[in-house]
Design a binder for this molecule. Structure first.
Ligand SMILES: NC(=O)C1=CN([C@@H]2O[C@H](COP(=O)(O)OP(=O)(O)OC[C@H]3O[C@@H](n4cnc5c(N)ncnc54)[C@H](O)[C@@H]3O)[C@@H](O)[C@H]2O)C=CC1
Ligand SMILES: CCCCCC(=O)/C=C/C=C\C/C=C\C/C=C\CCCC(=O)O
Length: 266
């Protein structure tokens, strides 16, 4: 097998997903296990949901296929990355998925969505680097959003965090870095997806305004988390480093535009 073929194989790989106990994160873990991953490690702040998610995935795929570890991504990166590497020896795929939409807690939002994504990416990039002792390469998948392509009146801080993730991931995953270090960095930009997070939008904004924004972007549907999980596996199997992929409307991934749409005044 060529290096790129090995890198794109899922069979036998160790996958870590932050915010992996529900919705999009859970669907990503589920699809990687379904396609032969050795184990999915779910890092999440929510204990009960974590225990439940581990149980469900183990009954679907077999004992010890899923392992829940309680984690606050904003404080636990050093301690838990060391623990995971001691216990599992190697991580092949690291997915930064955990997020908040609490606009009234902007510092916390930026810490979870942007700072933690950057910190965990750097830790596992170092671990995977092929020029490091025993570095075997690997893939980092960061979850941004179609919100990172758009300017409109909604959730400004959340958008800032998703712009940050997209810019960071495309730069770290740039072909130059990939050729030098052998670590792939990919970005996923889901559109509106039926999860706890997206349902919060009506607590923050008038329904009429949200409907106007959705209409402006022409989204046909609020897709399932399952479609994002399926798309993550498809992108993993086919994408070069540094690329970003939109997953919207229950359809397969398409490469993200390199442009920003500004919603006009209305
Ligand atoms: N739902 C949607 O329409 C879209 C979601 N996304 C992105 O997809 C990702 C997943 O979103 P959803 O599944 O919708 O969200 P969700 O709110 O349903 O799940 C997020 C998970 O992150 C965990 N989490 C939050 N703070 C944490 C912390 N400090 N430490 C550890 N875990 C923490 C939560 O406990 C939860 O399990 C996010 O990055 C989100 O921004 C992107 C575009 C659209
Ligand atoms: C609360 C923030 C939700 C962010 C979702 C996201 O990352 C990307 C959304 C992209 C476009 C949609 C724009 C605004 C509307 C957001 C959610 C609408 C939910 C609609 C519904 O559940 O019917």
């Amino acid at each position: 097998l060529k290096d790129t073929d090995k890198e794109r194989e899922i069979e036998g790989k160790v996958v870590v997903v932050t915010g992996g106990t529900c919705d999009i994160g859970y669907a990503i873990a589920d699809h990687f296990l379904n396609n032969g991953a050795k184990v999915a490690i779910l890092l999440d702040i929510k204990i009960e949901e974590g225990i439940q998610a581990e149980k469900e995935l183990n009954s679907k795929y077999g004992e010890n296929k899923a392992v829940f570890i309680q984690c606050d991504v904003t404080v636990d990166s050093k301690r838990l990355s060391e623990y995971i590497l001691r216990k599992f020896k190697h991580v092949d795929i690291f997915v930064n998925n955990a997020a908040s939409v609490e606009e009234n807690e902007p510092r916390k939002l930026m810490l979870i969505n942007a700072v933690a994504t950057i910190e965990w990416s750097i830790i596992f990039f170092k671990h995977m680097r092929k020029d490091n002792f025993r570095g075997e390469g690997g893939t980092i998948i960061n979850i941004s959003s179609t919100a990172a392509h758009n300017i409109d009146p909604l959730y400004a801080t959340y958008k800032a965090s998703k712009f940050a993730i997209l810019g960071f991931s495309q730069s770290l995953g740039h072909k130059y870095n990939y050729n030098k270090y052998g670590v792939r960095v990919l970005t996923l930009c889901p559109g509106p997806t039926n999860t706890t997070l997206v349902n919060n939008v009506y607590n923050l904004y008038e329904r009429k305004l949200v409907e106007k924004v959705i209409k402006y972007y022409n989204f046909a549907t609020i897709q399932s988390s399952d479609n994002v999980g399926r798309g993550a596996v498809e992108v993993f199997r086919s994408s070069e480093s540094g690329k970003s992929w939109d997953i919207v409307d229950e359809k397969p991934p398409v490469e993200s535009p390199n442009t920003i749409t500004v919603m006009p005044e209305f």
